[in-house]
Design a protein around this ligand. Structure first.
Ligand code: COA
Length: 330
């Protein structure tokens, strides 16, 4: 079995920002309410005609490639974690074409805010079993396109962005993806969803129903309780399996949903808040993008050092949640 490690990261966010104050001009809310309940101050929104998740994913990917001067022809596999593709058949192939990764097979992985964690685990399997050597994993979402901007319960939370990592087979058989724990409870899928609604009957002798996707709907309180109760359990299971003590952890990198959730999970695990990586105040919840975006920023700020142990956990619609423990080895 060959090991896997993260070799490079990149990220991209749109230029346009929307502040809490701006949101308070079209729904009844306030900067104070949003900051107190979520820690979010502003988010980035993809604006302009014909702009899609692909544009952000391509920029993030190119930035990761440029950092290590890698030829895109060297990529074997591209996994695009997104729940906001611009083609229901998948968007990864368009990213493949745009970055000219001509030798890569490419597919989308839909797992909402856990999409990056599931993609990282999936990519690791391909590397560890020796099938592929170099995988580009992108978490990218433009949930602004699926947000009901009249719903103050959800429109305050989400922002657009993309983050990319290049995962590669390790030299010298070292392995940086130490272990993982993944979970799904589909009984609660209705707590957070962008559901398909049928509203049209096409009568071709057979009654075929057609429709379209709705806006994001969410039971905020239940999702909050789910995250704060289940994510620490996933982390502890993962650490126990690896025989790693929580005291040896250097960084807690959670899906950036809400500052209160990050703090509550850290408190439950008795992790010092200085070890919690957070940029949710600037970008809001960017779904599958949030973890690689925060990782890229933390590396840029020189926070993460060689041999640091990082807990990476994602959680969200599905409901699906999971943890990967990573050792930073470069
Ligand atoms: N501005 C002002 N008031 C708001 C509001 C807003 N944006 N949204 C809701 N309210 C009101 C409600 O109408 C309610 O009023 P009432 O008491 O008169 O009925 C009150 O504030 C409390 O609403 P509630 O929904 O109970 O608030 P909350 O404390 O649960 O906070 C969330 C709401 C969404 C911030 C919180 O539930 C949360 O963060 N949940 C997790 C969401 C999440 O992270 N989802 C993605 C996971 S991947």
């Amino acid at each position: 079995m060959q090991g896997a490690y993260i070799l490079a990261t990149g990220s991209a966010v749109p230029d346009s920002t929307i502040s809490n104050h701006q949101i308070s001009q079209f729904v009844e809310t306030s900067d104070q309410w949003i900051v107190t309940r979520t820690g979010i101050k502003e988010r980035r929104l993809l604006t302009g005609y014909n702009q899609s998740v692909i544009d952000l994913a391509v920029i993030a990917s190119k930035r990761a490639l440029q950092k290590i001067d890698m030829n895109p022809h060297d990529i074997d596999l591209i996994i695009l974690a997104t729940s906001s593709p611009n083609d229901l058949f998948g968007s990864a192939s368009q990213v493949q074409a745009k970055i000219q990764a001509v030798n890569a097979v490419a597919f989308d992985l839909t797992a909402a805010c856990s999409g990056f964690v599931l993609s990282l685990v999936t990519a690791t399997q391909f590397i560890q079993n020796g099938t592929y050597s170099t995988v580009l994993i992108i978490g990218a979402d433009v949930l602004s396109k699926w947000t009901n901007w009249n719903d103050r319960g959800t429109c305050i939370l989400f922002g657009d962005g993309a983050g990319a990592v290049i995962l590669q087979a390790c030299p010298y058989l070292e392995n940086a993806i130490l272990g993982f724990n993944l979970n799904t409870n589909g009984q609660y899928s209705n707590q957070l969803s962008i559901s398909y609604k049928e509203d049209k009957l096409v009568n071709l002798n057979l009654p075929i129903m057609q429709g379209s996707f709705d806006y994001i709907t969410m039971n905020g309180k239940e999702v909050y309780k789910f995250a704060v109760s289940q994510v620490p359990l996933s982390i502890l299971k993962c650490l126990n399996n690896l025989n790693i003590s929580i005291d040896n952890i250097d960084w807690l990198l959670l899906h950036q949903a809400n500052e209160r959730i990050l703090t509550a999970i850290a408190d439950k695990l008795s992790i010092d808040l200085r070890k919690v990586i957070s940029n949710v105040s600037k970008y809001g919840n960017t779904s599958a993008a949030s973890i690689p975006l925060a990782l890229d920023e933390a590396l840029y700020q020189n926070k993460i050092k060689k041999n640091d142990l990082i807990i990476i956990s994602g959680f969200g619609a599905g409901l699906t949640w999971g943890t990967v423990i990573v050792k930073w080895i470069y």
